[in-house]
Design a protein around this ligand. Structure first.
Ligand code: HEM
Length: 319
């Protein structure tokens, strides 16, 4: 297991390496003044008919950024089917159709101007606001990448990753232990499929036993929803009891053995992350403020700007 000293060094080196690009708030003010309004209106319309699109779009932004930077590559479907979103950790990603709808409207209004990566970042911001989360300004000016490969996506954090591995995967993107806790609290909204729970409920780290950190009555409830050999696609709220609202209930659940995902429970098992769980559980205003800061930081991860990358005409195609 890596020591704290090694982790701190990785964090420092990574933050030096990924300092962010020349993104700016209001990048499209001159070139496509209605860009942010168009995205907001498409996302709001979709949310009103199906509120589950908000967590889906927030997750999409994370998965875009954490693999090869925020470059829209998570949206791509390549002819050989070997694109980034095929990796196991990306299972269940949704919301591409909403990004496609916003892109189609933007291509009509300002052809070739607004990148898919920016649409994803804006849609995530609007999704947070729609679920009562903090409002924040999104930097734009990202350009889309030329590559989308399932091989690169192996770096995506997995539910079964030990906390030390999660810390390293975030550090490799310039994100600190605090960022890991604050950003993962995006799980305050949304659902998971039972197949992500199987290891935790029935064979935790190869022990053939459940994760001992789950409170016993909650374990029985979870096993009832996700029985062995049952339908792995059944979905349950990740923030038990408060899955529709962006709040700090998520942290209280972790403290009480009521975390749903193994990787969420793991946040309370390590001295680098545990104090942040305790802190935010008791401080909703700090959480709202720090989440806004952290998600803007996530949106800078290896962003392509200036002459790098390009603006795709269709988000699902690398062309
Ligand atoms: C620590 C690393 C993380 C792991 C291992 C992880 C894993 C997962 C898993 C397994 C699901 C369930 C997916 C499904 O069944 O459809 C999920 C859902 C979700 N994740 Fe994460 N996640 C992590 C961090 C994050 C971060 C940093 C964000 C956003 C900033 C995020 C946002 C979400 C959202 C909003 C959902 C709900 C999606 C929905 O309802 O469709 N996650 N995550």
């Amino acid at each position: 297991m890596p020591s704290l000293a090694i982790l701190s060094t990785v964090l420092l080196l990574s933050s030096l390496r990924y300092g962010g690009g020349q993104l700016q708030v209001g990048f499209y003010r001159g070139s496509c003044p209605r860009a942010e309004d168009v995205v907001r209106s498409v996302v709001t319309g979709a949310f009103l008919s199906d509120p589950s699109v908000a967590p889906a779009l927030l997750r999409l932004h994370f998965h875009d950024c954490i693999v090869d930077g925020c470059d829209g590559s998570i949206l791509v479907r390549t002819p050989d089917g070997q694109q980034e979103n095929r990796a196991f950790g990306h299972q269940g990603l949704r919301g591409h159709n909403i990004i496609d709808a916003a892109k189609a409207q933007l291509e009509f209004e300002c052809p070739g101007v607004v990148s898919c990566a920016d649409i994803v970042a804006l849609a995530a911001r609007d999704s947070v606001a729609l679920t009562n989360g903090p409002s924040y300004m999104v930097e734009t000016g990202r350009r889309d990448g030329f590559i989308s490969s399932v091989v690169d996506a192996l770096a995506v954090p997995e539910v079964s990753d030990p906390i030390e591995v999660l810390l390293i995967k975030f550090a490799q993107n310039g994100l600190s232990a605090q960022d890991l806790v604050v950003l993962t609290a995006a799980h305050t909204i949304g659902t998971t499929a039972c197949f992500f729970m199987t290891g935790r409920l029935y064979n935790f780290r190869g022990t053939r036993r459940p994760d001992p950190s789950i409170s016993p009555p909650f374990l029985a409830a979870l096993q009832g929803i996700c029985p062995p050999g049952g339908n792995g696609n059944v979905r349950l709220a990740i923030d038990n009891g408060s899955g529709h609202f962006f709040d700090t209930h998520f942290f209280s659940n972790i403290r009480s053995g009521l975390a749903v995902l193994q990787s969420d429970a793991a946040l309370y098992s390590h001295p680098a992350t545990r104090p942040f769980v305790d802190f935010y559980a008791d401080s909703p205003s700090s959480f709202a403020q720090d989440f806004a800061v952290a998600i803007v930081k996530l949106g800078r991860v290896r962003a392509l700007t200036g002459p790098l990358g390009h603006v795709r005409r269709a988000c699902s195609s690398l062309a």
